[in-house]
Design a protein around this ligand. Structure first.
Ligand code: C2E
Ligand code: MG
Ligand code: MG
Length: 680
């Protein structure tokens, strides 16, 4: 039997439909909400990224506009804080010692409310690993503080709590792998979307890094323009700038500024012997030692008792350094510092497997009301340095008025000498030189003359060489004067020879002319060529010319001295070592340099009554005879001296007793005592 389907009650079926429908509606609503949420999130993300893009655009513009970090940082902090709704943002620079130092740039929309935290942050330094900035520095990546109150490693927790700060973050600003800056931000709420924060702040940091890179490039350019590339010290330009500024700052009494001019002794020899690379090493090491000495004095150690004076050490030329001391409480510091610099160079410097020693000559000048410019001060320090150097052993000389007066008179003398050269104010005197043992009845036979220069000054009359030769040497004028002497003396001798030959003198009896040659003149590269030209032009026989030099030439340049002596001797010219016994009297010069004659200095003859002097004279005579040198005794003032010297075997002599230096006519008339004209 077929069973009928029992219909469900209508209400029940309806309830199920409603249920289903509701579920459907619910699902549909959920789907719609989801779709809406997705759409809204997409929109918000789009909006956020647009806002972020706009922010980054503003930061980039700011970075492009800014000349240096300090120009950019305030604006960048403000932009980020406003964008993130953060309470406080600040920045730190990384210093040379591996610490982060607050650059006192910060932003807060409510500075009054943030006061405790700002105060605890400004002018603050963090070591690597210390506090939030220190951790960023150590790890080179961002750090977060989510709950400031609970963060035990947060040094400014108390201040942050007072300001209602809840969270913080720190970011490195990197150039390559190097952290150059740390950014730090604080918020009163939680920092939730860390990815977005990271993205934004990292991009802002990249822009700041660009600014710092540009700042560095510009600083490097400026540094290079103002510093010496080899030693890294300030150069002349920077020194001048600082010296002028210090001079302008001087108080009414104009005291407190000192200039030290320092020159290395023997530096040229190091360059010549070991090469320029060795010279560079010496300069770099010298600069380093000087810096240490100055830093130790001017930096911390003495600050307590002596107000902090300043020092600028500069390399201004090859081996020349200058120190400008500013705000000096006591002038004695300059001398003490100079002594310390000399001391610092006492330890030898290692170059090319050897150790070299360098000395110093230091000149000091102190400011006073007498100076109108700092350049004058510098010139006086220079002068004092030359004074120190001229002593031969370096050391320290402080400029004084006496030194200044001497310089002024030397400069005036130099100017006058220039006029004298132009106006031919010089004249030669001739002092006869005799063979002590020859001649009938013991009377000496005249063998030659020494040419001795005199300056026929328009006002002062005849000036002796001792009064102007040193100035002529110092000013380099001796070379011009000496050339004139050489030519004039040879001309005079050629005239005399012509006269004597006309009177039947035998060529072997013609007198010789002895000419003094200054070291500067002798060591001129063109000297021997000049001698040769003068000999040819004047026609005086080379063997009747004698060149007198002092040991000075051999000390300056023994090799060249030897070459020149050998060259002139090869033409027959004779050579004479003048003033023997007064200088170093090194036997090695006598042995190694080709001299024909040795002149015993007149100081030994003047003290001949002293047995010691007689012993020295005897020793010199022995030495000369062993080395095959003839000897001329200078400065014979009495007959006794002449007789003693003759007795001791001294061959030749010269002196007031035998004949004073005389003008040409009077001196040459000695050859014919009965008178030139009557004898003709
Ligand atoms: P010197 O070459 O040793 O010349 C000898 C000096 O001794 C001369 O002085 C001469 O006048 C002086 N004299 C000679 N006999 C006696 C004496 O018995 N007693 C005393 N007390 N002095 C005596 P002068 O002419 O004043 O020259 C001094 C120095 O100047 C010379 O010393 C020489 O070094 C230098 N000198 C002179 N003329 C020239 C020159 O033309 N060129 C260069 N470079 N130097 C020169
Ligand atoms: Mg002489
Ligand atoms: Mg002499």
């Amino acid at each position: 039997m077929k069973q009928e389907a029992i219909p469900l009650p209508l209400e029940l079926d309806h309830a199920g439909t409603v249920d289903r429908l509701e579920r459907l509606v619910q699902r549909e609503r959920e789907g719609r909400l989801q779709a809406e949420a997705i759409a809204e999130r997409g929109l918000r993300e789009l909006y956020d990224s647009q806002v972020r893009l706009a922010l980054l655009q503003r930061i980039t513009d700011c970075a492009n506009r800014s000349n240096d970090f300090s120009d950019a940082i305030d604006e960048v902090l403000k932009e980020i804080c406003e964008h993130m709704s953060w309470a406080f943002g600040t920045a730190y620079r990384v210093d040379g010692g591996g610490k982060v130092v607050s650059c006192d740039s910060w932003y807060s929309a409510e500075p009054a409310r943030l006061f405790p935290l700002v105060e605890a942050t400004r002018e603050r330094t963090f070591a690597s690993g210390e506090g939030l900035p220190g951790r960023v520095l150590r790890d080179a990546h961002p750090h977060w503080i989510d709950e400031a109150e609970l963060a035990t490693d947060f040094c400014r927790r108390v201040e942050a709590a007072l300001c209602g700060i809840r969270s913080a973050c720190g970011f490195p600003v990197l150039i390559g792998d190097e952290i150059v800056c740390v950014l730090e931000f604080f918020a009163r709420t939680a920092m939730i979307d860390k990815d977005a924060i990271l993205l934004t702040v990292t991009q802002a940091a990249t822009q700041l890094a660009r600014v710092i890179e540009r700042e560095r490039a510009r600083e490097a350019l400026v540094h290079d323009a103002l510093h010496d590339a080899m030693t890294g010290l300030p150069n002349r330009t920077l020194l001048d700038e600082r010296a002028r500024a210090a001079f302008d700052r001087l108080a009414d009494n104009r005291e407190g500024l000192a200039v030290l001019v320092i020159d290395l002794d023997g530096f040229k020899a190091i360059n010549d012997t070991y090469g320029h690379h060795a010279g560079d090493i010496v300069l770099i090491e010298t600069a380093r030692r000087f810096e240490n000495v100055i830093a130790a004095r001017c930096g911390g150690r003495r600050r307590g008792d002596q107000a902090s004076w300043r020092a600028t050490l500069a390399r201004v030329g090859g081996d020349e350094f200058v120190v400008v001391l500013d705000a000096l409480p006591d002038p004695a510091i300059a001398r003490e510092l100079s002594g310390a610099l000399i001391e610092a160079l006492k330890a030898p410097i290692a170059v090319a497997d050897e150790y070299v020693n360098v000395g110093l000559s230091v000149g000091i000048a102190h400011s006073s009301t007498g100076y109108a410019t700092v350049d004058q001060l510098r010139q006086d320090a220079d002068l004092a340095m030359y004074e120190a150097k001229s002593g031969g052993h370096g050391g320290v000389v402080t400029f004084s008025e006496a030194l200044g007066a001497e310089r002024r008179s030397r400069m005036a003398m130099e100017n006058e000498l220039r006029d004298a050269i132009r106006e031919r104010q010089f004249t030669l005197f001739y002092q006869p030189i005799f063979a002590l043992a020859e001649g009938p009845g013991g009377s000496e036979k005249l063998r030659g003359f020494e040419a001795l220069i005199r300056w026929n000054h328009p006002e002062r009359g005849l000036v002796e060489p001792g009064r102007f030769i040193p100035a002529a040497e110092a000013g380099g004028l001796i070379v011009f004067i000496g050339d004139w002497v050489l030519r004039e003396a040879c001309n005079a001798m050629a005239r005399l020879h012509a006269d004597l030959t006309a009177r039947g003198h035998k060529p072997e009896d013609l007198p010789y002319i002895s000419i003094n040659i200054a070291p500067q003149q002798f060591l001129q590269p063109s000297f021997s060529a000049h001698v040769q030209r003068v000999l040819l032009e004047t026609g005086v026989p080379p063997e009747r010319v004698r060149l007198e030099v002092t040991e000075g030439v051999a000390i300056i340049d023994p090799d060249q001295t030897r070459q020149v002596l050998e060259q002139v001797r090869s033409w027959g010219v004779q050579t004479s070592l003048d003033d023997f016994g007064t200088g170093y009297s090194s036997l090695s010069y006598l042995q190694n340099l080709p001299f024909d004659t040795l002149k015993i200095d007149r100081s030994f003859i003047a003290s001949m009554h002293d047995p010691k002097s007689r012993k020295i004279i005897r020793a010199i005579l022995d030495l000369a005879s062993n080395l095959n040198l003839s000897v001329v005794a200078e400065g014979i003032e009495t007959g006794e001296q002449g007789a003693s010297l003759r007795e001791m075997g001294c061959e030749f002599g010269q002196g007031f007793h035998l004949g004073r230096p005389l003008d040409e006519a009077s001196a040459f008339a000695l050859i014919w005592p009965e008178g030139k004209d009557t004898d003709a």
